[in-house]
Design a protein around this ligand. Structure first.
Ligand code: CA
Length: 376
């Protein structure tokens, strides 16, 4: 059989299969789950019972996008369920301290929570991979891995011992590299640099000779202003502008190599979730998916606006890290992550999935997004 005959036959088979809806069966491996809503074990019958949930979050009560989105999420759930499921949202510190949100949901003290999974690295190291890792996936690729590359299933596995079900619930997009009061011309300029940078990014900085300082959000401005720290990262132009960093720092560096697409999360107590009738479970998942796209969209739109404001209003140089600094940081990041996964079987399992997905999608991105952006 000639090649063109073979391809014409397989094409007609594909089209026939598509027409009868059977194509999904053949593509099931490593593709989007199409049965998630049916796999939950909630009661199928809607008795009309009303549910009142409390949500605890890691975000300050009025933080734009993050806290704001959660209030919208609660409203969407209320609207979709015609008031059958009402969620009261508490900002960090209002009901419990911000970083106790996961424990509160795990124990059932609160039914639902929100944060970023790398906050829980102390409970299980593998949680970090579902937020963002240095030189990891961008927002679009995180969604592709989580929804359609087996990521959510692994995330559920990591959270299962805590009696918690995770759902993607937002993404910051690529963050900025941070605010500096000294210029970074080579990797040696990171030596002795005191920077507020949490998580794996902080470990990378330490290995490059710097000091990673942990400061609560409320203390960063004063610490930078007084020279307690030489640099800080935060999120992106929108939130960074609201923090006022452009008033006290000389340089604003990009890209946020340490957080290329941080996924935010909704997490639910498993037992409480299973008490919901199926239609309410679907409503919670659907609202989380809407929140996921809304947050990323809002971050992108506002970051574009506020980068322009920073450029126009502030005496700040917006600079790219030099290529060789990026390359060095990438090498160090690989070492830090390799060491992490060496000591933890679950981290290794998750990282193997993520890194093999990254290799594949990197090949696709090179001929799609990357090429397209370079043509603009
Ligand atoms: Ca950050």
């Amino acid at each position: 059989m000639k090649d063109n005959e073979r391809s014409s036959i397989s094409r007609s088979k594909f089209l026939r299969a598509s027409a009868i809806g059977a194509v999904g069966v053949g593509l099931a491996l490593n593709s989007c789950s199409r049965t998630t809503d049916e796999s939950n074990s909630g009661p199928a019958v809607n008795t009309g019972k009303k549910f009142r949930w409390n949500m605890v979050t890691t975000w300050p009560p009025n933080l734009p996008v993050l806290a704001e989105g959660l209030k919208m999420f609660a409203q969407w759930v209320d609207n979709m369920s015609a008031g059958q499921l009402k969620i009261k949202v508490y900002g960090g510190g209002e009901l419990i301290p911000a970083l106790e949100a996961f424990d509160a949901v795990s124990s059932g003290t609160a039914e639902i929570g929100s944060g970023a999974s790398y906050y829980w690295a102390g409970k299980a190291a593998a949680t970090q991979f579902f937020a963002s890792i240095p030189f990891g996936l961008n927002a679009q690729q995180m969604n592709a891995w989580l929804y359609c590359g087996g990521g959510i299933e692994l995330w559920e596995e990591v959270y299962a011992p805590f009696n918690v079900i995770p759902m993607p619930g937002g993404n910051t997009g690529v963050q900025m590299g941070g605010w500096f009061n000294r210029k970074i011309n080579s990797i040696h300029d990171l030596k002795g640099l005191k920077m507020r940078i949490p998580g794996l990014g902080g470990k990378v900085l330490v290995r490059a000779g710097g000091t990673a300082v942990l400061s609560a959000g409320s203390e960063i401005y004063t610490n930078l202003e007084r020279g307690v720290i030489d640099a800080t990262e935060w999120i992106g132009p929108y939130h960074d502008y609201l923090m006022g960093f452009h008033q006290i720092a000389d340089y604003y560096y990009y890209p946020g190599w340490h957080e290329p697409g941080t996924t935010l999360e909704i997490f639910v107590n498993k037992h409480k979730f299973e008490q919901l009738p199926k239609h309410l479970q679907v409503i919670v998942k659907t609202a989380a998916a809407r929140l996921n796209i809304w947050m990323l969209s809002e971050f992108e739109a506002q970051n574009a606006e506020y980068l322009q404001k920073i450029r126009n209003e502030a005496d700040v140089e917006v600079l790219s890290f030099p290529d060789d600094v990026i390359a060095e940081l990438r090498t160090i990041s690989k070492e830090v992550i390799d060491e992490l996964v060496e000591g933890d079987a679950m981290s290794r399992k998750v990282y193997e999935s993520l890194s093999s997905f990254q290799k594949k999608i990197g090949g696709w991105a090179a001929v799609s997004e990357k090429k397209f952006y370079s043509a603009l």
